[in-house]
Design a protein around this ligand. Structure first.
Ligand SMILES: N[C@@H](CCC(=O)N[C@@H](CS)C(=O)NCC(=O)O)C(=O)O
Length: 330
């Protein structure tokens, strides 16, 4: 169980919850989806990762690792998406709130959920995200906001990440030890996000293996189980992890590599279903000044031929009008 046993500070109705997050953060999206699924009310504050707000002293006091998400419940501070989701499940699961784990703890379904969660937790999502950014041959079909410009910026960030974290360690002596540990993992350890093409092959293999397991499981849901989620009838924590994972792969542009175009039909059907879910839409929606921008970008991609013709036509009309006026004047 997480640190979150029910305490005097938690009134169990969600009024005291506040989530510190970033809308593009994979781990934040997981927590958002759990909150929306469970219908737990909460306040929130965006921590701007682009402006390195996660290394400001006020935030390091909440999480010395300088990472979102962090949930506060009164005076209690809970970092880490896995712990936060468990905290929510432990404290907000009765009556009005949704349930994301089966009531029967030792059941087959419970064991399956746990096994899939561990499998997803072991996937190097940061390496996949930043490694894709740093390897243009993997830019198959990225979606907004992952434009080539952003990918280039991210690749550069991955290259100098350890130097940047060491800089913050120097500026924050109180949190130096944790930040120096993090910097060294970012330089040599499993947190090094600067990946070569060969290393990316290994990363991709890990995802492929995990999604192969998912496809096998989904394929067993036939007949009266046709409408089951990943581990059973219940939409569980494992489904939240899987939804957010598929979304990340989709936005990075990897759907054809892992499931689309007939590759994994059961996973494709699952993905189609997930995209309809309100909690999914709300937790993965990027509103950095908006969906409008995203739509414009998509429209431009889809209709760039038409848009180009319209612009040429408008240009020709303007020139003709100018010539017409000159001729009329003379
Ligand atoms: N194990 C943590 C990972 C959290 C994490 O890596 N968050 C990323 C964003 S997705 C972050 O805040 N990165 C900022 C940084 O490391 O500077 C969790 O599950 O919440």
């Amino acid at each position: 169980m997480s640190s979150g046993a029910h305490s005097n500070n938690s009134n169990g109705n969600g009024n005291s919850l506040k989530l510190y997050y970033h809308p593009m953060s994979f781990y934040s999206q997981r927590v958002l989806m759990a909150l929306y699924e469970k219908r737990v009310p909460f306040k929130s504050q965006v921590v701007s990762l682009f402006n390195k707000e996660q290394y400001k002293p006020w935030f390091l006091r909440l999480n010395p690792r300088g990472e979102v998400p962090v949930l506060t419940d009164g005076v209690k501070v809970i970092p880490d998406s896995v712990r936060i989701v468990e905290y929510l499940e432990d404290n907000f699961s009765n009556g009005q709130f949704g349930q994301l784990t089966p009531r029967e703890k030792g059941s087959e379904e419970s064991k399956k959920i746990q096994a899939f969660r561990e499998c997803f937790e072991g996937l190097p999502v940061g390496a996949m995200t930043y490694g894709t950014a740093g390897n243009p041959h993997l830019w198959d079909n990225p979606k907004f906001p992952f434009t080539p410009a952003l990918f280039k910026q991210m690749a550069e960030m991955a290259r100098i990440r350890h130097i940047m974290i060491r800089g913050h360690a120097d500026k924050n002596p109180e949190f130096q030890e944790t930040l120096l540990e993090k910097a060294s993992a970012a330089e040599h350890g499993d947190q090094n996000l600067n990946k070569t093409a060969e290393e990316m092959e290994e990363v991709i293999k890990k995802f492929d293996l995990a999604l192969g397991r998912v496809e096998e499981e989904l394929a067993t849901h036939t007949g009266e189980h046709a409408d089951w989620w990943l581990c059973g009838e219940l939409f569980s924590i494992a489904d939240i992890d899987l939804s957010i994972l598929l979304n990340r792969l989709y936005v990075l542009g990897h759907e054809s590599r892992f499931w689309a175009e007939g590759k994994r039909p059961h996973l494709q059907a699952y993905w189609d279903r997930i995209q309809q879910r309100v909690s999914f839409k709300r937790s993965t929606h990027i509103s950095l000044g908006g969906v409008q921008l995203a739509r414009l970008h998509q429209a431009f991609k889809e209709h760039s031929g038409v848009l180009a013709s319209v612009m040429v036509a408008l240009g020709l009309a303007a020139v003709s009008y100018a010539v017409y006026r000159r001729v009329n004047k003379s």
